[in-house]
Design a protein around this ligand. Structure first.
Ligand SMILES: Nc1ncnc2c1ncn2[C@@H]1O[C@H](COP(=O)(O)OP(=O)(O)OP(=O)(O)O)[C@@H](O)[C@H]1O
Ligand SMILES: [Mg+2]
Length: 261
């Protein structure tokens, strides 16, 4: 389908380098993500997770290292060019949406982004397609297509944002704590929808979370960053055998170990 492998090689990014405030957010990070793999990303505050996303998205440029998507070196590519191939979703359900436009118009905008059409309009075929996609979420959103985005509940908005992020079939989906601002019920529903869409379109996905249960339950691989290093990489049987309690213990021991150095 639309997926591509992601290769991160020796990726390094420092802030305020050479000053007393110097912070190395990513330190020679290597990560290979095969096409279609769904990876959950753990790490304490300030461990470099969002910096990694910002480098992948082209909002920041690295001091050293390479980023390849589908074999293409995109390390220095402009962010608007990469945006054709990747989508990112954040904690705030309104970020990246137009709150005064309807749900349908928001979806049409996201859809148009990649369709290389020079004008914006919702035609009947698109409308039927969006209705079908919304109905698949089973949240009653197909009856809210004419509702302004800003009037939907947080969970509804985030589910709709997820559709917006994936309707143009990106090669890569980045989720930065996208359920963290939702109540547990809404978070669970948005997580279900996430799994459903990623599985359906087989999108290569990285999902940052602070929730140990989601980190193990969702996707097929769990990685952990600490002080810009990869300190844990779990797949297969090792991951299946891991409990959220044991993972939490590992989390604290890994981050404490680095702090003690
Ligand atoms: N623009 C910036 N200027 C200076 N320092 C920065 C900047 N962005 C990030 N940092 C620093 O880089 C480190 C990594 O930050 P990052 O935002 O990647 O962490 P994170 O893992 O996403 O944390 P959180 O879980 O809190 O979101 C932190 O020490 C942070 O203070
Ligand atoms: Mg962050």
């Amino acid at each position: 389908m639309s997926s591509s492998p992601l290769s991160i090689r020796g990726l390094t990014k420092g802030f305020e380098v050479g000053t007393v405030n110097e912070k190395i957010a990513l330190d020679h990070l290597d990560l290979e993500v095969p096409a279609g793999q769904f990876v959950t990303v753990l790490g304490s505050n300030g461990s470099g997770k969002s910096t990694l996303f910002n480098l992948i998205l082209g909002k920041l440029f690295p001091d050293a290292g390479q980023i390849l998507l589908g074999g293409e070196d995109i390390t220095r590519q402009k962010d608007y060019k990469r945006a054709l191939n990747m989508s990112c979703l954040y904690q705030n359900p309104l970020r990246g949406t137009a709150p005064n436009m309807t749900l349908e118009e928001n979806l049409a905008l996201a859809y148009t982004r990649k369709a290389s059409r020079s004008f914006f309009a919702v035609n009947r075929a698109d409308s039927a397609y969006f209705r079908d996609l919304l109905a698949q979420l089973d949240m009653g959103l197909e009856d809210r297509m004419k509702t302004k985005m800003g009037l939907l509940s947080g969970g509804q908005r985030q589910a709709a944002s997820l559709l917006m992020a994936t309707v143009a079939q990106p090669s890569l989906l980045l989720l930065d704590e996208h359920t963290a601002a939702l109540d547990p019920g809404a978070a669970e529903k948005v997580m279900e929808v996430t799994e459903q869409i990623v599985a359906r379109d087989r999108i290569t996905t990285l999902m940052i979370t602070h929730d140990m249960d989601y980190a193990l339950r969702v996707g097929e691989r769990t990685i952990m960053l600490d002080a810009g290093h990869l300190v844990l990489d779990l797949t297969g049987e090792e991951r299946r055998a891991m409990t959220s309690g044991a993972l939490a213990e590992l989390f604290y021991s890994k981050s404490q170990r680095r702090r003690a150095i």
